[in-house]
Design a protein around this ligand. Structure first.
Ligand code: SF4
Length: 320
């Protein structure tokens, strides 16, 4: 748990600003690599200084200053990070991991935050460590105590990116159904109705306000969950992923297979079978209980795909 002080919004019980800051109500939940990184930074700055203390980190700027790293230094850090990542990609022969030159110039802090929001919204189960951290960020920023107190900056960006991701998912489903594709699962009929509303997104400029309105509209929101190979037409009342209270958005990183919000498409059925075949291939190389577990998992995935084929409905059948 990472605890810290906040300054800008720090007030006492009478509403007076407290310039010395107060501890945030909601601590950050971090995974081990983040904690280790903080331990390293703690050793780089004098005792009692900010972790990103200007004087300790901003070595290119002459003259002393108070507070944390300034924007110029942060921008330079982002550029340095890109250079470092590209050198690592080249060293390990991973050209696909290279960060390409940006046609819009340097990334800067605003676009960096936007990228962070994009990842939180769209990669809930990408790289495992990042997924966990992004999941915590989403919980902390969006569903946690911050949300009710101050919704600005990153909160708005996460809402906007979430709705943009949903708009893409709904548009794909709309096209898929239009081309004769089928859907299955307890939320299949609801999904067909929601997909018909795809133009609702196309005609909307997604600002923080429209994003909040759309997120609150359960009929409109379908979330992609590529890790679980399903779509989630989120309804709070039937969601199995929230044991600890009602939230605005699903926890797709904690998706529970028997949930009433699940939808599967023909594409998911294909991918389930591909994943099952890959698991069988691995199982053939692993003896004993681990191999058996992999095979059992493969059977379960094939079972989901078969259930999809048996129960799928299409636009025409739904209308009939
Ligand atoms: S359990 Fe899965 S399908 Fe159900 S609401 Fe949560 S993420 Fe969506």
């Amino acid at each position: 748990m990472i605890r810290s002080n906040e300054y800008k919004t720090a007030t006492d019980e009478h509403g007076n600003h407290q310039s010395a800051g107060v501890e945030r109500d909601v601590p950050w939940v971090a995974i081990t690599p983040v904690v280790n990184a903080i331990r390293v930074v703690e050793r780089m700055v004098p005792d009692g200084q900010l972790l990103f203390d200007h004087d300790s980190h901003d070595l290119h700027t002459t003259g002393s200053d108070t507070g944390s790293l300034k924007l110029d230094a942060l921008r330079a850090r982002i550029e340095d990070f890109v250079a470092w990542a590209n050198t690592e990609a080249a060293t390990h022969g991973l050209p696909n991991e290279t960060i390409p030159p940006d046609p819009n110039g340097k990334i800067g802090t605003a676009r960096f935050r936007r990228s962070l929001a994009w990842h939180i919204a769209r990669r809930p189960n990408g790289l495992v460590a990042l997924a966990i951290q992004y999941g915590h960020l989403r919980t902390t920023f969006v569903a946690g105590g911050y949300a009710s107190r101050s919704r600005d900056g990153i909160h708005d960006l996460i809402d906007i990116e979430t709705v943009r991701a949903v708009a893409d998912t709904v548009a794909d489903l709309h096209d898929d159904l239009g081309a004769g594709g089928g859907v299955s699962g307890p939320a299949a009929r609801r999904a067909i109705k929601a997909a018909a509303t795809a133009p609702r997104f196309a005609g909307t400029v997604i600002t923080a306000t429209t994003a909040r309105r759309l997120i609150a509209n359960e009929d409109a929101m379908i979330y992609d969950n590529p890790h679980a190979l399903l779509l989630c037409h989120y309804k709070r009342a039937t969601a199995l992923c929230h044991r600890d209270g009602v939230k605005d958005t699903p926890r797709v990183d904690h998706c529970v297979p028997g949930c009433g919000n699940v939808i599967r498409t023909d594409q998911h059925a294909l991918q389930l079978r591909e994943r099952a075949t890959a698991l069988d291939t691995r199982a053939a190389r692993v003896p004993g209980p681990l191999g058996e577990r992999l095979r059992a998992n493969a059977d379960k995935l094939r079972g989901y795909a078969d259930a999809h084929d048996r129960t799928r409905i299409t636009l025409t059948e739904d209308a009939g």
